[in-house]
Design a protein around this ligand. Sequence first.
Ligand code: ATP
Ligand code: MG
Length: 275
Amino acid sequence: MAIEVKNVSFFYSIGTPFEKKALENISFSLEMGENMGILGPTGSGKSTLIQLLNALLIPTKGEVLIDGLNTRERKNGSKIRELVGVVFQYPENQFFEDTVYEEIAFGAKNLRLSKEEVDRRVREAIAVVGLPEAILDKSPFELSGGEKRKVAIASILVRKPKYLVFDEPFAGMDYPGTEALVKFLKSLRGTVSLIVVTHTLDELLGLVDKIMFLDNGKMKAFGPVKDIIHFEELRKYVPLAELISLLEQKGLNFQLNTFELDHLEEEIVRNVLFS
Ligand SMILES: Nc1ncnc2c1ncn2[C@@H]1O[C@H](COP(=O)(O)OP(=O)(O)OP(=O)(O)O)[C@@H](O)[C@H]1O
Ligand SMILES: [Mg+2]
């Protein structure tokens, strides 16, 4: 089972003077269990692409299939939204319930679950994101930024999606917060397929198997991290990829079995000290 995107183009406001091509002829597939990063500059079509994955948007041309279900067919909509959970940028801005419990439980609505099952899932989700049960009775509005983000993630996890999509999850987070979130996302590996949209490469290293690079609605590259990192056009936008390439050109010999930032630091130190 997989996500299959076939020759997809998407236009906003088609047939009006405001018509805007956001994506052009995108094709890729992602197997269940694989994790993927989507990189690209502002306006490159990243958010548009993920809205096509959970049938919030329907392709202008081409097809999106989620485990074989075509997003174009209306009857598949609710099943697709069950399979694909999307955590939007600043999801905490969309809170509206009085308590954290209700906020998370709301995510499980429309799944036709018993009250007991919802309760079980709410408590499980809160534990997975690493929040104490005592937080369930609080108002979501009185939490810190990081706690709010965790509640927002729990409200998607409660649906038990197979494919979990994050649109810029690190936006507005400090470095320790980002590191903690990366660690959490890594802990989900194997239980879901992650799709993570971000501007920067750093957080994706060691987290995803494949990276897509979008620019101006076009897919400029898609493949395993170790190949993509050397891609010329990516280096223009991603200082870290530029740094790795420059150091390699200088003769530094990286022994990176994973591309995690910590490993990279160790490798640079090792090379500098022992060259
Ligand atoms: N609702 C909309 N109506 C018209 N055009 C839109 C709409 N949403 C996005 N666009 C346009 O489509 C293109 C792709 O936008 P999208 O939001 O997918 O980019 P993005 O890569 O997510 O950018 P960012 O990094 O800033 O979030 C942009 O040129 C944008 O102006
Ligand atoms: Mg976006």
